[in-house]
Design a protein around this ligand. Structure first.
Ligand SMILES: [Zn+2]
Length: 327
């Protein structure tokens, strides 16, 4: 397989977000957070990846405390749990005290697992660090005082956008459709790694150590092993999050207030004025045409997830503005 970079092997730390699926997410028959986590730890073990941090929202555990046993499994398998807020609101939708309160709420819930992790890490929801300078400073100062290190995402692949289509496909028992989605999911993971690694080389003239993100979705659980096979075949070297965090691209905070949904590589590209491509792949629109039904589109499911956050946290959800490089 064509290697990710012409410069040599690319270091990638795997990270996992939202092992407890967001409230309002459909769960296909025969799937659960437990079964997805088990599939993922098997894939990680298969590829020799240990010490993988899972950053999860915790609101679903209010409805079903049994869900927290997923964290037991994750830690038993040699991985770690870290804070990602309780309700998973974008920081754009709430004020600083609300966001901080939501971080504290999760810490109370996850303390018995997070306290065993070598590092006290935090990841912002949607990788959004504050849409105003004041908010960014207020939450950032709180996190620093509490001893958290902030972990960005350098490569994502919009994997949660496949959630609705995969659910519809499984519900329709469309075997060919399921196979098609799995193929496209793996292809998208490869495509996005190539794209963002190229963007990073455009900024740095080298390959920084990347922090890759996958979410705890049913499709993610079904495909992680194959994705990691492809990564390895394309000269990816899996490293720990601690090693990736030592790279200045990840360790330093880009001096930029970002209301947009963009990740670390592209934030730095915007800081330095390097033209890069961060447009979403066409496949995301194409899969919404498969087995459409009222109330079952990705947009309608997202609206329900956001309504839940609005109702319980008093958040004011709004669409994210696009950055110039996303148009
Ligand atoms: Zn998240």
């Amino acid at each position: 397989m064509h290697p990710i970079s012409p410069l040599g092997p690319v270091k990638v730390a795997i990270s996992m977000d939202d092992m407890l699926m967001w409230r309002g997410s459909p769960v296909p028959k025969n799937y659960s957070s437990h079964s997805i986590a088990r599939a993922m730890t098997q894939a990680l073990t298969h590829h020799g990846a240990t010490d993988v941090y899972a950053f999860s929202n915790t609101a679903p555990a209010e409805d079903d405390p049994e869900l927290l046993r997923v964290f037991d499994h994750w830690v038993e398998q040699g991985h770690h749990i870290a804070n990602h807020t309780h309700h998973h609101a974008s920081i754009n939708w709430v004020d600083a005290p609300t966001y901080i309160g939501d971080i504290e709420r999760t810490e109370e819930i996850i303390a018995r697992w997070s306290s065993r992790a070598p590092k006290r890490y935090f990841r912002y929801c949607n990788d959004m660090w504050g849409d105003t300078a004041e908010k960014q400073a207020a939450v950032g100062t709180y996190l620093a005082r509490q001893g958290y290190t902030l972990v960005p995402v350098s490569v994502g692949f919009r994997d949660s956008r496949f959630l609705a289509a995969y659910w519809r496909m499984l519900k329709a028992d469309d075997r060919e459709g399921v196979a098609y989605l799995r193929r496209e999911f793996v292809n998208t993971a490869m495509h996005e790694l190539r794209l963002h690694a190229a963007n990073a080389r455009a900024v740095y003239g080298r390959d920084p150590a990347h922090i890759w993100l996958i979410h705890g979705t049913p499709l993610g659980g079904d495909c992680l092993d194959e994705i990691l096979d492809h990564f390895e075949a394309a000269s990816v070297q899996f490293v720990s999050l601690e090693e990736a965090m030592a790279d200045p691209m990840n360790a330093l905070v880009p001096p930029r207030v970002s209301p947009e949904f963009i990740h670390q590589v592209e934030k730095w590209a915007l800081v330095h004025g390097v033209p890069v491509d961060d447009r979403e792949p066409a496949i995301l629109e194409a899969i919404e045409k498969l087995h459409p039904a009222p109330g079952e589109s990705a947009a309608e499911i997202r609206a329900r997830q956001q309504a839940s956050i609005a109702e319980r946290l008093g958040a004011k959800p709004a669409p994210f503005p696009l950055a110039s490089i996303q148009r």
